[in-house]
Design a protein around this ligand. Structure first.
Ligand code: GLY
Length: 373
């Protein structure tokens, strides 16, 4: 018996659809990221921000809503955002490993849901560029472009490699999948700690692939436990298992998931870093919702006797966030509050990807199951 019932899911969904159907039309020619003073969305479809890593989540959110409701307004906004992103695809020097977030959720979603050929081509360009970032000797995908970061890899990339699994599936060419699995293997070995917590950044020697050091990245510090990094691990390894059926990825997903659940089960409202001092109190709702989507998928692939634990944990997290950190008023364009970009930024934001994962979670709970990964 789930801790949330159909009535709660349907009522929450109705509020989501009501707000987003207004926002979708208002931001028809934009790509949204966060809300500013006055709680209006900003627009990252400008020359400076068009390569921002989150720019696929707005069209991805629109595709989830379109697939769930059939409302054409969502589709039109998603298609516009995808076209705006063409500029980012041509900014070759600014492309980094976030090609998955940016195109698999925009062009990839369009192709999956409508069969659009132009979208297929965009996503294949993104996949090939991501594959080109693979360090052959080091056996990892390079995260960023700065020369001094040539050997840096981050846990977030586990959510970008589904683009490579997709490319292999579409073309029948195993090389993309090989690169994805090689990166996943390296991540498993170097990012996942024995207790199930996760290193955000691992710096390798770019010539040999030897681990040099780990960094706290967007978390509190070295050895801490940035909750969104944990969440990328939960969902990322679950997806690698779904795409490959390799038990080692399922085991990794469970290990990180067990740690995540234990770290937030007092109130199911994840802090920004599970190993930060008591003060200041910084939450990250985005981490909770990413993890919740991963936990629902995980609950579907583990044996029955384990399934309920992951599903109920996901429901607890979703319910806690909706009841404490959701703004359904029309004063704000965004829904989910109390997200953080990083521990160092020291404040709460709204983030479009938190709304994306809320929609994905509710879409799963409603049994629609739009799969974009
Ligand atoms: N991928 C960057 C972040 O999660 O903030």
């Amino acid at each position: 018996m789930s801790i949330i019932d159909e009535k709660w899911i349907n009522e929450t969904w109705e509020k989501l659809d009501k707000k987003l159907s207004r926002v979708a039309v208002e931001y028809r020619d934009a790509i949204t990221y966060t809300t500013e003073e006055g709680k209006k969305y900003n627009n990252t479809a400008n020359d400076k921000d068009i390569n921002w890593w989150t720019n696929g989540f707005w069209p991805g959110l629109m595709w989830i809503m379109y697939d769930s409701t059939g409302n054409e307004e969502y589709r039109k906004t998603a298609e516009n955002a995808e076209k705006l992103l063409d500029k980012a695809l041509r900014n070759y020097d600014k492309l980094d490993h976030d090609l998955g977030f940016m195109w698999h959720l925009s062009a990839g979603a369009n192709y999956r849901l409508t069969g659009n050929r132009d979208s297929y081509v965009r996503n294949m360009f993104a996949a090939n560029t991501l594959a080109g970032r693979y360090n052959i000797k080091g056996e990892f995908i390079r995260a960023w472009n700065q020369p001094e970061k040539k050997g840096w890899a981050i846990i977030d990339c586990m959510m970008n490699i589904p683009l490579l699994y997709w490319a292999s599936q579409e073309t029948g060419d195993e090389r993309y999948k090989y690169i994805a699995m090689s990166h996943a293997d390296k991540t498993l070995k170097h990012h996942i700690r024995p207790d199930g917590s996760v290193n955000h950044i691992v710096c390798y020697d770019p010539e040999t692939g030897e681990e040099m050091e780990t960094l706290g990245g967007q978390g509190y510090g070295v050895g801490s436990s940035w909750s969104r990094g944990q969440a990328w691990g939960v969902y990322g390894f679950t997806l690698s298992y779904i795409h490959t059926a390799e038990e080692k990825y399922l085991d990794a997903a469970k290990k990180v998931a067990n740690y995540f659940i234990a770290a937030c089960c007092d109130d199911y409202l994840p802090k920004c870093d599970f190993r930060a001092p008591e003060e200041p109190v910084l939450y990250d709702s985005s981490a909770g919702l990413i993890a919740a989507c991963g936990l629902i998928e995980l609950s579907r692939v583990v044996p029955e006797f384990e399934s309920k634990m992951y599903f109920n944990a996901a429901c607890n997290i979703i319910k806690a966030i909706v009841e404490n950190f959701a703004d359904w008023s029309e004063d704000s364009d965004a829904i989910v509050t109390h997200c953080t970009t990083s521990y160092g930024a020291g404040k709460h934001w709204t983030l479009v990807y938190a709304d994306f994962y809320l929609a994905e979670a509710l879409n799963k709970l409603k049994g629609i199951n739009t799969f974009l990964w």
